[in-house]
Design a protein around this ligand. Sequence first.
Ligand SMILES: [Fe+2]
Length: 561
Amino acid sequence: MQVIYLVQTFSMFKWFDEVGKQKLYPFVTSHAWKIIYVLIGLFFIPYFIPHASIIELGSYAALSAVPVSVAALLKHRRGSIIASAVLMAGLAVFNAFQFGLSWPQDLLVSWFSGGLGIFIYGFAVGQFSLMRKELAKSHKETEAAHNELLMQHHALMNAYEEVKTIEEEMREVSEAALEANEQLTEMALKDPLTGVYNHRTIYDILQQNCIDSTYFQRPCAVLFFDLDHFKALNDGYGHTVGDQVLKELAELLRENLRMGDNVGRWGGEEFIIILPETDSEAALVIAERIREKVVQHPFTETGSICMTCSIGVAEYPLNGETAADVLNAADQAMYVAKKTGRNKVLSSLDPEVTLYTMHTDKTESRDETLLQGVIIALNALLALRDTDTGSHTSRVSELVYKIAIAMGLNESESRMAAVAGQLHDIGKIGVPDAILLKPGKLTEAEWTIMKLHPQYGEKIIRTIPTLNTIAGAVRSHHERWDGDGYPDKLSDETIPLVARIIAVVDSYDAMISDRPYRKAQTSEFALKEIMNCAGSQFDPKVVEALRSVLRTEIPQLEEAA
Ligand SMILES: [Fe+2]
């Protein structure tokens, strides 16, 4: 802070001299007032003007310059000092100004007294130079501050540029992240090959459409689309061509659907098309149009490939109470369309489909249905030879399934065990009628031939690849727990579990069935007989499982067993 402090010292001293002498004399001498005034100037004023340092050099106090300067230095280190003299402007005043020029402080205090001549004299002895010094100093400081500000400005500008660069980089990263996110979302929802919705998404859409359909009480149709002979195409032309066909097909499907319809790839060459607000009748028209478009479309770049398709149509909620049900109905219709000639559209309400589904178990898959047909055919073959065996195997199959479940096998394993139960005596087809149908006791030679039926059975089963897993059980169903069975004399747990189950159930069922030479035994009797053979002929765990199953089914066995 700069303070210029001007006091008309001389005038005041003069006033003190005159007035003091006249009115206050002799109580206060002029010297006393001068001292008081100097003290006031030295110590009082600086206290009320912060950061100011003051030296006063009056006409009668010029000599106090040095002690006052020291006092000011001690009191206010950042003050500057200017002394201006009055009457005694001579060497002392000049020195004071010279002293001020070399003074390291930055505060200017100027004191004038006297008239114009004194003022001019003050400048002449150095006050002007001192003021210039202060101004120059101030200018330098301002310039330094300006430069400092300029540097700060540059630094800020650089920082701003850096921030801008970082901001730009962040924006680019953010955009890249957004793009990657969109791609990930796209990948999560779409099939990468065809660009239509993937399996999960199209099913979610179907579920949502069923909910909307229920809420608005409007129908919703589903088309189950399958490209005919696609495997042959892949085998003949290779997967690259197959993929190209699928891409073109997806595009074709998209082009021929209405706004709001959805298409998704269900898997392989199967596609699901969802037609909201559409009943079966309208869906059949759309499906037929799609079928025709596929037939007319020349696939691949050369246009050399012609394809056909089979489409099943179902309507929600008419053909199914849930999304899965209606999808299954459409799938079933498509399957029948394929089975009855391909290049065809069928509604799940079509009599052809109804007729087909009447003859198949809805809970079974197609493979199982086919397999069941094979099993029925084989059993029928055996029944033609030996009527007793036909009904016996069906009962055995049922009980084998229950025991397998009771012993902790899963559903799939238990179903295969049941199939093994049904086919365990299929090898009897290879036994001559003279032996198989002989009413009396077999000779030893005849028994030898009869005992070959498990091996014949195994051979027959092995010709059906999907039944390979039960071939061993069929071969071993006459093995005994103690190793005295046939054909391999296996014992305890080396005998396949399913074979051990069949052995128990086979014997139990034989005992409770009528035979030409004896009447059927009771369940209690049969169970007791079986239990007596646990650990010798039969696996004790299987016997225990049989007892458990029978006790559940026949409560009166509770006491007997
Ligand atoms: Fe047998």
